[in-house]
Write a protein that binds this ligand. Structure first.
Ligand SMILES: N[C@@H](CCC(=O)N[C@@H](CS)C(=O)NCC(=O)O)C(=O)O
Length: 211
């Protein structure tokens, strides 16, 4: 497979899943501002939304949307057991993927990370943090992962929580979430994926500062 990614963006979740799966994957970085891939291709021709992640399957088909891509990776590499196979387990996985994608990623972090969002919009977004992080705190208290074992939902959640370092909130108000984040950052697949993307992120920031 081929993954179009941007350093430390939500595509990091798929990179983590691919590492967990032991998949051989081609990783192509995308400049989300210029909408160009590292090899100079027009990214809007690959995804009209101009967003990562995009997965190209071995058959050459293109897939977008984190929740779909993560479940596709789990299906494509069943030995890694990155998603439950029974109906209720799969529904719970989708529940958490939906919560992370809509309530956390889009509902909170997309607004806080958007440099064009006006302050009033950011304040309104911050008002939504307590309820959503309270839900996470209650669920993660006494649990190691979102479900019974590590799944692609954890890959997505650790990615989203990593953005708190840049835009808050400070996780100390939610000790179970903070402990979960620390635990997941120490997981080898997560540590390896971030170790690759952090320097790429720094390079991208430096390049932007120059232009
Ligand atoms: N609905 C998409 C959203 C993906 C998304 O928000 N990607 C961000 C990075 S985390 C992006 O590419 N932003 C650039 C842009 O929207 O121009 C999904 O869930 O996969």
């Amino acid at each position: 497979v081929q993954l179009y990614f941007s350093p430390l963006a939500c595509s990091l979740a798929t990179r983590i899943a691919l590492v967990e799966a032991g998949a051989t994957a081609e990783l192509t970085s995308v400049d989300l501002k210029a909408k160009r891939t590292a090899d100079g291709a027009d990214f809007l021709a690959i995804n009209r939304m101009g967003q990562v992640p995009v997965l190209r399957t071995d058959r050459g088909d293109l897939l977008t949307e984190n929740t779909a891509i993560l479940q596709y990776v789990a299906e494509a590499f069943p030995d890694a057991q990155l998603a439950p196979r029974d109906a209720w387990g799969r529904a719970q996985l989708q529940q958490w993927l939906g919560f992370i994608g809509t309530e956390l990623h889009k509902g909170i972090f997309a607004g806080l990370l958007d440099p064009r969002a006006p302050d009033a919009a950011k304040a309104h977004t911050r008002d939504k943090i307590a309820l959503r992080f309270g839900v996470l705190e209650a669920h993660l208290t006494g649990r190691e992962f979102l479900l019974d074992r590590f799944t692609v939902a954890d890959a997505y959640l650790v990615t989203v929580l990593t953005w708190t370092i840049a835009v808050g909130p400070t996780l100390s108000d939610w000790p179970a979430v903070e402990a979960y984040h620390r635990r997941l950052l120490a997981r080898p697949s997560v540590a390896a994926a971030i170790a690759i993307e952090r320097p790429l992120y720094a390079e991208e920031q430096a390049r932007r500062a120059r232009t």
